[in-house]
Design a binder for this molecule. Structure first.
Ligand SMILES: NC(=O)c1ccc[n+]([C@@H]2O[C@H](COP(=O)([O-])OP(=O)(O)OC[C@H]3O[C@@H](n4cnc5c(N)ncnc54)[C@H](O)[C@@H]3O)[C@@H](O)[C@H]2O)c1
Length: 376
C-alpha cells in the first residue's frame, strides 16, 4: 500500500467538502495510489468546521490556519477560501513547506498571483498546483488524444465555455462571489475562467490578443436582511482571442464564462474545429463526444459514447456514466500522483498556466474598459 499523503484542509465550505468526500472514496480507484488522508481541517466558521467532524480521518480542528500550518503531521494542504485570501494563505502554506493544491483563480488578480509566485521561488521544493476538474471527463480526454495525435489537422476555431443559470433567480441573496472585495475585478472570469483555460493552455493553444464583452446584468441583489445591496461583479464574459498553437496555426479562440445563461446548470462545453476533424463535448451529454466523419465532400456529426474510460482506472464498469464527482476524484488522483512522481498523463493546472490566466484576464479587463483589442 502506498504511503498516504496527509492533508490539511483550509476552507470547509462547498469545495472543502467535495475533497473530503473524494478522499473517502479512494477505494473507487483500482490502482495503488497514495490516498489523501485529511488529518486536519480549518475554518473560521464553526458550523462549516463542524461538518468535518463527520470525516473519520480528521483529528485536528482549527479556526486559525497558522496554527494548522505548524502541525508537523501535515504534508499537503487543499485550500478553498474566498479569492481575496488566496495570496496571503497560499503564500503562508508554501512558506510553511506544505505542498499546495489551491483553488482557482489562484490569487484574486495578477498582483496577488505574483505574491504567491514569490513564495514559490523561495520554496522550490514545495509542489504547487491549482484545481480544474472538467478535463478529466473521459470524453474530454478523447479530445486531448485526438489533438495530440494531430487528428484535427489545421485548426479553424476553438471555443471553451462554462455557463450557469443560478443567478437568473433575481431574489438569490448576494454572497462573497458577487462582491469586488472578495472576488476582485475579474467577477465571473475569476470564478469560472480556469474551467475554460486548462484544456486549451495544456494543448499549447496560446492567446495572442483579446477583446472582451463583460456584463453586469443585475447590479443589486438582496443582502443578508433582504434589502437590496450593490452586486458589483461581472455576471457574464465573452472573450475573443487571436490564438496560435504549437503547429503554428492561427485561429479565433473564444472563451465564455456566464453566471446568467438561461437553462444551464454548470454546463461546460469544449469545441475544437479543424480541417480534418472537429469535436464537441458538453456536460449536458457527459458520456459522449461528438465528432465529424467525412463522407465524400460532406461532414457528418457522429456521437461516440466513451463511458468510464478514465485516466486512473476505477472499479465502475466501462458502460456506466461518468459525472462531476468522478471528475474531482480523477483530479485529486492526478494531484497526488504528480506529487509522488507517479505517472500523470494530464496534471492539474500549473502555476505557469495560472500566470498566463492572470495575464489573459487582466488584458480582458483592459480590453473591455477601453473597447479595444489588447495584445498579451
Ligand atoms: N473547482 C471548482 O469547480 C470550484 C467550484 C466552486 C468554487 N471553487 C473555488 O473554491 C474556493 C472556495 O469556494 P467555495 O465555493 O468552496 O466557497 P465557500 O464559501 O463554500 O467556502 C469557503 C470557506 O472558506 C472559509 N473561510 C473564509 N475565510 C477563512 C479563513 N481565513 N480561514 C479558514 N477558512 C476561511 C469560509 O468560512 C467557508 O467555509 C474559491 O477559490 C472558488 O473559486 C472551485
Amino acid at each position: 500500500m502506498s504511503e498516504p499523503v496527509r492533508f490539511g484542509v483550509i476552507g470547509c465550505g462547498l469545495m472543502g467538502r467535495e475533497f473530503a468526500s473524494a478522499s473517502l472514496r479512494w477505494l473507487h480507484l483500482q490502482g495503488d495510489l497514495p490516498r489523501p488522508v485529511i488529518v486536519a481541517a480549518c475554518d473560521t466558521s464553526a458550523d462549516n468546521l463542524a461538518w468535518f467532524r463527520r470525516v473519520p480521518d480528521t483529528r485536528y480542528f482549527y479556526d486559525d490556519y497558522r496554527q494548522m500550518l505548524a502541525n508537523p503531521e501535515i504534508d499537503a494542504v487543499y485550500c478553498a477560501v474566498p479569492h481575496h485570501l488566496h495570496a496571503q494563505i497560499y503564500g503562508d502554506i508554501i512558506r510553511a513547506g506544505k505542498h499546495l493544491l489551491g483553488e482557482k483563480p489562484f490569487g484574486m488578480n495578477a498582483e496577488d498571483f505574483a505574491r504567491i509566485e514569490a513564495a514559490m521561488r523561495e520554496h522550490p521544493e514545495v509542489f504547487v498546483r491549482c484545481t480544474s476538474e472538467f478535463p478529466y471527463y473521459p470524453a474530454v480526454q478523447q479530445m486531448v488524444q485526438w489533438y495530440r495525435e494531430g487528428a484535427f489537422g489545421q485548426i479553424i476555431e476553438a471555443r471553451f465555455a462554462i455557463r450557469h443559470s443560478s443567478d437568473m433567480d433575481l431574489n438569490k441573496p448576494i454572497n462573497w462571489k458577487r462582491t469586488k472585495a472578495a472576488n476582485g475585478e475579474y467577477g465571473c472570469m475569476g470564478d469560472l475562467g480556469i474551467h475554460t483555460q486548462h484544456l486549451p493552455f495544456r494543448l499549447g493553444i496560446r492567446p495572442l490578443t483579446v477583446s472582451a464583452q463583460l456584463a453586469n446584468l443585475v447590479p443589486f441583489r438582496p443582502g443578508p436582511d433582504g434589502t437590496p445591496v450593490p452586486c458589483e461583479t461581472w455576471d457574464n464574459a465573452i472573450l475573443l482571442c487571436a490564438a496560435r498553437n504549437d503547429a503554428g496555426d492561427r485561429f479565433p479562440l473564444q472563451m465564455e464564462m456566464k453566471r446568467m445563461a438561461p437553462g444551464c446548470t454548470n454546463t461546460v462545453e469544449y469545441e475544437i474545429y479543424g480541417l480534418n476533424l472537429s469535436a464537441r463535448f458538453t456536460t449536458d451529454d457527459p458520456n459522449a463526444i461528438r465528432y465529424t466523419q467525412t463522407v465524400g465532400r460532406e461532414q457528418a456529426w457522429a456521437r461516440l459514447v466513451v463511458g468510464q474510460k478514465t485516466l486512473y482506472p476505477v472499479i465502475t464498469g466501462g458502460i456506466f456514466e461518468f459525472g462531476f464527482s468522478d471528475s474531482l476524484l480523477q483530479m485529486f488522483a492526478a494531484f497526488v500522483s504528480e506529487l509522488r512522481g507517479l505517472p500523470c498523463p494530464f496534471g492539474c493546472f500549473t502555476p505557469d498556466e495560472a500566470r498566463l490566466s492572470h495575464r489573459l484576464l487582466t488584458a480582458a479587463l483592459q480590453a473591455h474598459e477601453q473597447s479595444r483589442v489588447v495584445s498579451l
